[in-house]
Design a protein around this ligand. Structure first.
Ligand SMILES: Nc1ncnc2c1ncn2[C@@H]1O[C@H](COP(=O)(O)OP(=O)(O)OP(=O)(O)O)[C@@H](O)[C@H]1O
Length: 209
């Protein structure tokens, strides 16, 4: 569980108390510019609040080694990032991030298929479209297998059908392996359908200024 107490960050987040489960599927919704990405960056210890405390599993972030926290809680940013030249290298990077042994080609292919990426492992990743790179990034994250996935609009470059299919498959795998997911979604219908809990950005500024 993530717990935010009296957290203040610029004029974006100002919340007395906000609790987000780490073992369920939570959607973060709200208008553009309302601080959804900022919340995920705070939960990933990429930015630090000006005041207040954030805890994960009962331990304040100040007591976590940032690298150790980010092995357990991994974030997928809005823009896909490539790590390596080929599809295989990009998938294998997930294993390196989490300090795991290299995965077999079968495992890499299975993760790609889970995210509906149908590309040869030897294909140069830079040839992939934006939507394919998003699916590659999701597959890399599945291979990293952290305890909690933080996903910032992970399927924004996909058409609606593909978006629903990819989320369905990714979240099914997360549930099967008992992982937590906190995903930002611009589509309320998708949040309603997939999430156990919805956090609206209007809860980011409930605290006294
Ligand atoms: N480090 C920063 N310093 C100052 N302002 C920032 C910083 N980071 C983000 N902002 C501003 O805070 C607001 C919230 O940004 P954020 O990216 O968290 O919103 P969002 O809800 O994720 O938006 P979108 O749905 O468009 O991605 C925006 O107005 C943004 O310009």
């Amino acid at each position: 569980m993530f717990q935010l107490n009296d957290v203040k960050y610029k004029n974006i987040i100002n919340t007395k108390q906000l609790t987000i489960p780490a073992d369920a599927i939570t959607a973060v919704t709200g208008p553009s510019g309302s601080g959804k990405s900022t919340l995920l960056r705070l939960l990933n210890y990429l930015v630090t609040p000006e005041s207040g405390t954030i805890s994960y599993q009962g331990k304040p972030f100040s007591e976590w080694e940032p690298v150790e926290l980010r092995r357990q809680v991994m974030m997928l940013p809005q823009q896909p990032v490539l790590f390596g030249e080929t599809v295989a290298e990009n998938l294998q990077a997930g294993r390196l991030f989490s300090g795991r042994e290299e995965a077999s080609e079968e495992k890499l292919t299975a993760a790609a298929q889970q995210c509906m990426l149908d590309k040869k492992l030897s294909e140069p990743a830079e040839n992939l479209s934006g939507g394919e790179q998003q699916r590659l990034s999701l597959a890399r994250l599945l291979l990293a297998a952290p305890d909690v996935y933080l996903l910032d609009e992970p399927t924004s470059a996909l058409d609606e059908d593909m978006e629903w299919n990819v989320m369905e498959r990714f979240l099914a795998e997360a549930r099967r392996s008992a992982k937590g997911v906190i995903f930002i979604s611009h589509a309320t219908a998708m949040a309603d359908h997939f999430a156990d809990r919805i956090v609206h950005s209007n809860s980011f500024t409930g605290g006294e200024v």
